[in-house]
Design a protein around this ligand. Sequence first.
Ligand SMILES: *[C@@H]1O[C@H](CO)[C@@H](O)[C@H](O)[C@H]1NC(C)=O
Length: 290
Amino acid sequence: MARAHHGLLATALLLFTCLISLTAAAPSPGCGKGPTLRNGQTVNTNVNGKSRQYTLRLPDNYNQNNPYRLIFLWHQLGGSAQKIIQGENPNQGGVLPYYGLPPLDTTKSAIYVVPQGLNAGWANQNGEDVAFFDNMLQSVSDGLCIDTNLVFSTGFSYGGAMSFSLACSRPNKVRAVAVLSGGLLSGCAGGNDPVAYYAQHGTADSVLNVSGGRQLRDRFVRNNGCRALSSEPSPGSGGKSTRVDYQGCQAGKDVVWVVHGGDHNPSQKDPGASEPFAPRNTWEFFSRFN
Ligand SMILES: *[C@@H]1O[C@H](CO)[C@@H](O)[C@H](O)[C@H]1NC(C)=O
């Protein structure tokens, strides 16, 4: 009897511990301390002998006791950190400032990191851009209060490729990614572990074709244990986006796929809509996790 009770107790305790580790915030070493990094600051660092830069956006009234989400925003080829910060002709195929996310963050839960690419891209030669990510994550964890369980990554085109690359190589650091019109341009070291995965792609993409986007997606459909679709979804009339929420995925390892009829465009809108759908879909996806 006593033994059975002990067994039950141990099981209950184990379940409880698992639950805690799944749901509790993981405050970084920078929590509870005065911040050593500022809103708007461009940080210079050195990675593998190369000088690298990134710029930070903190919420108003930053609170050093609040573990924030951390969102990495990678620019496209020929883009820049500055063009992500300021936005770039979103009505002509460019991005909204910070990929349109801060206005949706009504509780000001996120800190943003905006890195600058070497040669304005993310070729990730010998893993140097993943090493840059490690460097930034370490510095921000030490200098600011973040929840290390809530680290996210998004980007368009080359920036989507870099987010995919992190999902491959840093599955235990990155909780979810949003890949906007991405391709296999920044490599995929590892790539066998589950990571929550949102992607959108246009069937008329003239830069990185939709088959490439589907291939990236299917890696995480497999890794996350989701049920494959019996047929490939198509956009609706007028190129309207079609959204698929994959079923059967492991808990917390969701996959969402949005296919639209447009070209290579981070700011694709549905017919008649006034706003692009990427920001709302991305924010909805990232804010599932808390
Ligand atoms: C898509 O792009 C890839 C890489 O450029 C290329 O190898 C492939 O043939 C293209 N597929 C289609 C269907 O156009």
